[in-house]
Each structure stands twice: as structure tokens, then as C-alpha cells.
Design a protein around this ligand. Sequence first.
Ligand code: PLP
Length: 451
Amino acid sequence: TILTINSPTAELQALDAAHHIHPFTHASGLKEKGARIITRAEGCWLQDSEGNRILDAMAGLWCVNVGYGRDELAGVAARQMRDLPFYNTFFQTSHVPAINLAARLAELAPGDLNHVFFANSGSEANDTNLRMVRTYWAEKGEPQRDQIIARWNGYHGSSVGSGSLGGMKGIHAQGGMPIPGIHHIDQPYWYLEGGDMTPEEFGLARARLLEEKILELGQDKVAAFIAEPIQGAGGVIVPPSTYWPEIQRIVDKYGILLIADEVICGFGRTGEWFGSQTMDIRPDIMTVAKGLSSGYQPIGASIVSDAVEAVIGGVEFNHGYTYSGHPVACAVALENLRLLDEEGIVARARDHVAPYLKERFESLTDHPLVGEATIVGLMGSIALTPDKASRAQFAGEAGQAGYICRERCFANNLIMRHVNDRMIISPPLVISHEEIDTLIARAWKSLDEAH
Ligand code: PLP
């Protein structure tokens, strides 16, 4: 049987439950309930098989920056499929979409980040980084510099390499992770872990853990430090203002490479084109994906500095994916970047959307369940708490309150995510003020129902 978007929901759910293994999902729980079947989308709105209209405050998975339903992207994909649906860039060949996209990314990326290695996802791009930084130091005559420092509760992907860079204990628990040579330091999560320190003191203290780790491992042993400018999947953890300047000072002092994982922060999400600009840091390598194509095609990339390329360009880098620089994905990403730029979507998000969203989102702290709201640009989260003054956690199973709240949002046709007891938003950059009002009203109602 081939079902369609007009097939009965029960049939779609039954076939889904029978054959489809969902990522990051408790299978039996989902089979009991049945998956919600998403059939169409337009702007910031999804439609399900029952005809409900759902406000997507997560832009898919932090992806759909230009919003759903952009015909231009469909047109470009169809044209590219007819002209050249596939060719690889391994063996002395290239093609126009990859050439144009690499050049455009070099133009957009800050500083001297001028060279692009393509992957199909953020995970693959971070696996690339892992190998690239070790190749870099080996070629520079320092092969012993192969240790990489990352952070607990950071997220860099779900392959074995990128899952090892990430600091998600649930992923490591599957075994064999982290792979050797990767070390984690604590995150700058003041609200939960700051104790009696001011955010500024805590930011400095957490940044200095990097220096301690470098000295513990040996300063000539460390290849790179990787971090998200703002942790996304960890719960939208905005670091205190003192954190990044101190990190930049430390990586500069010890001459280790800084990898900014911009998979979520990139392409307007934090207000600027890149989170590195918002946080004022100077990475040697940036990981991008998601907003690069607004999710219309799977594509990721590592964007590297002139200095890094000058070294790895001198050897054969034994790494690549069949679909590195896939022509259709590159063509769609290039068109997406054109829309973000020429329609002023990034600039409008920063100047028109973000200030209003901040004001409205922060009003959720008036709700008795909400301990804090943090938001930068168009990524934000609220912390649920039984006691605002002490920033306490709910007793019982961790994340249960967040889960309940997320379910209430879902029932109220609003997509928010929960990470433990933080509730997250990351809407399309094109969200209107009126849609923001709807988002906040539905979030408030869901909080009331969860209370
Ligand atoms: N890096 C960051 C910061 C992410 O948020 C994600 C995904 O959420 C990834 C990497 C992994 O990207 P992908 O799921 O495309 O492999």
C-alpha cells in the first residue's frame, strides 16, 4: 500500500508503528499513542493529518529559518535535478553549485574563514573537524597535539565521533563513547550550577576550566576546543558575558584551534549571521548545517580559516562523503542564502522580530512555574521551577515537568521542545508579531494546564 496525505490518520499511524524506527524516541510509548502525522507546512505553520494548524516555534529542528513553503527553493531543486542531479567532487572534478556555495559562504563567514568542506549534516561536519584538526597538527609537525576539549551538555551530533565531542551522557551510555582523545569540561550554566556566584564570576570560573584542562593534559597536547556559541540542544544555555572573552584569551594564549559549532546559531538565529559575531569570538573553524539550507535539503559544512587550509591543503585529506557538495543541496542552500540576504530576513529578524519576541517571551516569567527566561535573537528557553527564589528543580523524575508542559503545548497546537525542565523556542526568522502573540498565549495556556 502506498498511503497519501489524505489517507486516514489511523492507517498512517499503524503503518508508521509497524515499520518506522524514530530517532531519539521511546518506541513503545509512541506506538501506543500513534505519531502525529505532519502533512504540509506554510510560513511558521504545520498542518497535520487531522487538519489541525500547528504553530511551529521550533522551525522544525532549529532549521527552517526562511519559513516553510518557499517556492523558489523547490524551483531551484527541480532545475538542478534536471541539469545535474548528482556528481561527486572527489576525483579532480567540481560543479557550479558547490563552487558558488563555497564562495558565498567564504563571503558571509567572518574573518578569514574562507574555505569550505561539505558534509550532509552537522554530525558529519563535526566528524570532519575531528579529523581535520588532527591532520592539521600532524602536518605542522606536532602529531602529539591530538587531544580535543569539549563540554558536558554540549551537542555536536549523533555519530560516534560527533557524539563523543558532545557531552550528552545518555548518548555516551550506549558504549564506546567518548572515543579516546576527547575530554569534557563543565558548561557555563549559571541558573542551575552557579550557586552563590554572580553570573559574571561563574562565567569566568567555568571558562578557566579550559585552562586547567589544557595544563592537566599538557599544553603541547591539545589540538582544539569545540563549543556552541550558545548551547542549543542542551537547553538554550546563554553563557554569562564574561565567558567567551576568557575562552578566547585562553585559546589564543595556548595556540589551540577554536571550533565554533554554529549548526544552530548560524544564519541569523542569534540576530547576526553567525553566533560567533554575536558572542564576539574568532573561531578557526565553524561547523554549519540546518539554517544553511533552512532544512530544505540535508547539507552541512566546515568553514575553515586561511591558516588551517594552508596546512591541510598541502596533503591528501583522507576523508569525504559520497554526497559532499551534493549539487541539489548546494543549489538549494545558495538560493536560501539569497533569500535570507536579499529579502532582508536576517536583518529584519534582528531589528524587528528579536526585540518584540524578547519582550513577549520574558513576560512568561510572570507565570508561577517559570523561574527564568533567556533569549538571544530568536533562540530562547524558560526554566520551569517549583520555587523561583531558590531556582529549585522539581522532585521526581528529571524532565517530567518539561515533558508534561511540552505535551500540553502539543495538544494546544504549539511546537516547543523540552530539555529536562527547560522549554525551548527557535521559530522561523519570518515569524510575525501577531504569530509571536499566538505563541506566547498558547505557551501560557499550556503552562497553566501543566501547573
Ligand atoms: N551541532 C549542533 C550544535 C547541533 O545542534 C546539531 C543538531 O541538533 C548537530 C551539531 C548535529 O547536526 P545533525 O543532526 O545535522 O547531524
